[in-house]
Every structure is written in C-alpha cells, then in structure tokens.
Write a protein that binds this ligand. Sequence first.
Ligand code: ZN
Ligand code: ZN
Length: 447
Amino acid sequence: MLTIQVPRSILYNIEPIEIETGLVESLSSYLIRLSYEHNINVSHLVNKIVIPEMNKDYLERSSKYGGNSFYEGAKTINGYTDNSTELVYILGKLTSRIDLTSLTLFKLKDLVPLRNLLKETFSWCPECIKNWKDSHKSIYYPLVWYIKSIKICFEHKCYLLENCPRCYRKIDILRRQMIPGHCPNCFNLLIQGQVIKEINNQEWEWHSFVYLNIESLIGLNSSKLFTKEIVSKQLNYINHYLFSDNVPNFAEFLSIPKSTLRAWIKLENTPTLEGLLKICFKLDTTILDFLTKSLQNLTISHLVEIAKTDNEKVIRRRLNLVSIENSLKEILKCDPPISMAATARIIDRDKRVLYRNFPEYCKQISNRYREYINQKSKQRIEELKKEIQKAFYSLVNEGIYPSSGKIQIKTNRKGLLKERILQEYWKDLLAQNNFYRGKGRNSNDEQ
Ligand SMILES: [Zn+2]
Ligand SMILES: [Zn+2]
C-alpha cells in the first residue's frame, strides 16, 4: 500500500500579523520576518528555499535578468501579479498556511489597474515601529504602507517617511538582507531623529479619507472580490439618475476630463485606486458603499450598513447642491442676463449661501449681468448722441443757434444735456462747427 507522507511544514508556521484587519501585514514583511525568525538572510531564504520551488518559466525569466529579477519584481510583490501569487503559493506550501493571499492586494485584481497602485520604495511610520519595539511586539510592515495613495499613519496623525533618518537613502521594497524595523542600507533603527512634518486640516481631510477607505477595503475577508464592471455600472447609474445622462456635467462635478469619464462609463478604461477614491470623496460616500450599494447579494461589514444612513443624508444634500448647480448653469445661459439678486429669488436660496457654495458660478453670473448693464448704457448713450447730432444739424440748417434749450425742445427730451457725457458731446459739436459763443466750457475759455 502506498503511503503519502505529508511533511510538517519546512518553515515555521508563523502567523501573519493583524490578518483580516486594515493593518494586515504585507507579503514582503512576512518574508522578511520569516527569514528573521529562522535567523537567515532574506537572500538565503529566497535562493535556497523559495526559488527551487518556483516553476521553470519563472526561473528561466529570472536567470535571464542575472538572478536579480526576484528583487526587481519585489516592487509588485504585495500586489496581484504573477510574482505575487507565485510567492503566496510557495510560502503557503512551505509554512502550511492558507491565508497568505490576504497579505497582498489580490482582492483588488479585477477592480483597479496596477498603474500607480504600489510605491516604488518603502515608506513607514516611525511612531508605529517605536511603539511595537517599546512594547516588545513583533515589528512588521502593514500592507497599507505599500499603497501609493497612502501618505499618512492614521493612528499617529503623521506622514509616512521615505528616507532613512540616518543615511537619508530610500529603502527598497525587498533586499537580500533585511531586519524588521531597520534600514537595510545602514542598519539603523527606523525610529530615530525624526522631524515630523505637520499635516494641515485640508490635507488631513483627504489623506484620512484615503486611509480609512483603503483600510476598510483591504481588511475585508479576501474572498470578497470587486470588479471594474461594478465601477462602470455605478458610474452609469449616477450619470443617469443624478446628472440626467449629462456626462460633461458629471465630469465637471468630479473635476475630471469628460473623455476620461466617458471611457470609465463605457468600461474602455478603469479608474486607478486613487481615481476611485477621488470619485467617492466627491460623492461623499465610502468606497465600500460605492462598490456595494444596490448590489443586494453582497454582504459586507455591518459597519458599512450603519454608515449608510449617514451617507445617504450627505448624498441627498449633495444632490440638492447638484440641482442648484444645474439651475445656476441655466441662469448663466439666459438672455438677457439677470442679476445675482434675481438669481437668489429664482432659486429661492440666500445670495450668501449661493456665493459660499458656488463662488465661481455666482461671480460669472454677476460679471455677466454687470457687463450687460454697461453695454446697455453705452448703447443708450450712442442712441442719444445720434438724436442730439440730428437735432444739432437740423437747427444749424434752419439758421438757428443750436443751444442746449433748443436741442432739448427739438428732441423732445427735457434735461437731455444735463447728463455730463451728452453735454460734452454737444460742446464737441459746437467746437467742431466753430460755435465758440454762448454757453459752457468754451465761453469760460474765452473770458
Ligand atoms: Zn503610526
Ligand atoms: Zn539608513
């Protein structure tokens, strides 16, 4: 009888840190910790244990690049490409763990493109590393630190660092020799000598939004896969119901080019993770709401369900603003233009509220109206000048001196020449026709 020997795992079955939470460990961190726990270099683990397990294709490709391609490819090791899934498979086999996919962005594979998804070099929160060290916990690198859009540590309200505080060099995602919490260039601890740059409120609003949304996304159970079809479907839905299929309006609302939005809606292209976050930020919704709303069969964290009620309120408020915005756009097109006071009456909103929410539209409406008024008054002056000119020469032809009184009688406009600009015009006519006698400026000159 054939007995199949199931070997105990070749490597220690160490548990990934914070699995199924937003602070889940990254695959590269797991590899570094695995070497550390076995008291060997990363290169030893990779060359002697991992690479021999890899499939031939990968090895061939690897040797073509002088054996360095494993480290070169490490930039995407926490993502979802072949090198990542291959390493998950091999480390899983070696450690007998089945949950290592959670240490990568595999669940985003069908949702966002690789473009701008991962950082080129390592970044970290010095406070987190210090805390783990001080409290004798394992130092590890969370998956979120490798995502390009993540610039902050939410817990410590600080920017992540990208340069070693001692040698100032950037740190590769994976090196042949790495110790958790240490710079692989100078082996200094990555916690000392930091000057932490303050985050202002506006930056914090965006960065914390990004952080919390990504954390909620990667903390999900890895069996939940999202697809780019959902994104396109939701954009279509919003475009239809909120913007009456007016892509330029929707694009303007999102502050993106309309061609980009059209390509997203038609699924000819897909927003990057950051693009997706910007959409959600504009819509005042969470990324999970965006991806799951009206998709009844997906069950996600109940937290999202609770948050939904609030989000709906926010969206309704936004919708209101969208309809006001549309009215303002209509008003910008109306002919003749109307004033902001009239606009406020029509929309039934306080002028100050409109100015606060839509300063650009309001300025445009007000400028357009002022210009219209200016132009109208110029037009009126031109017309009156013509009347004065006509009356002037008609009096001259009749041999009557064209005095202001006579012109006013002739034009049947009482007080016509009291308007300064028209009086000036009448005097110019007098001067041009050599009437220097009589009234106004010319008579004063003669004295
Ligand atoms: Zn931190
Ligand atoms: Zn260093």
